[in-house]
Design a protein around this ligand. Sequence first.
Ligand SMILES: [Fe+2]
Length: 205
Amino acid sequence: MAAVTNFEEITARELKPGLLELDGISRESVEAHYRLYQGYVGKRNEIMRRLGDVDLGAANQIFSELRGLKLELSFAVGGIKNHEVYFEHLGGDGGAPKGAIGKLIERDFGSADAWREDLKATGLAARGWAWTAYDWDEGRLFNYLGDSQNTFPIWNATPLVALDVYEHAYFMDFGTDRASYIDKFLDNLDYDVVNDWVQKYGIRK
Ligand SMILES: [Fe+2]
């Protein structure tokens, strides 16, 4: 039997026009970044197709091809999901977190400033991502660290803020000054979008 017998191709989400007019993050940088995201979508579809050729009855294929493809798949799917959060919640005016997310942040971090300081530090310490995610088992927000697209998301936690700290996210505009990029990222966050997610997922204070 093949490793995948049926799958549907997915398509990249469109880039919101507002993303090309961010404050301090250039159109060129966002366009290049978006092409990377499109690449992850293409890669995911290609890997799923190739999994259809893997014969699960052949032991040598399981330990070579299946392993390799599934590792690559986790990287591509991580790249898709991370960037879909990232692009979707940019294009706003930043400022103090408001509404439901503001209340959750205050409850779980003590204050918006404390959250911001911890997220920024986590983003400086990470090699790929910092996420503010709601952990459904703990019933609270936490700033998690990721080194790559597929390391280290936490099971049963939902990302509400996804801060991309890969160099590709900021090098064009900020050089090596990641701290200034993180400040600009926060200045462009759209808390209305984040609050829509809080409501959609049914996260309660
Ligand atoms: Fe990225």
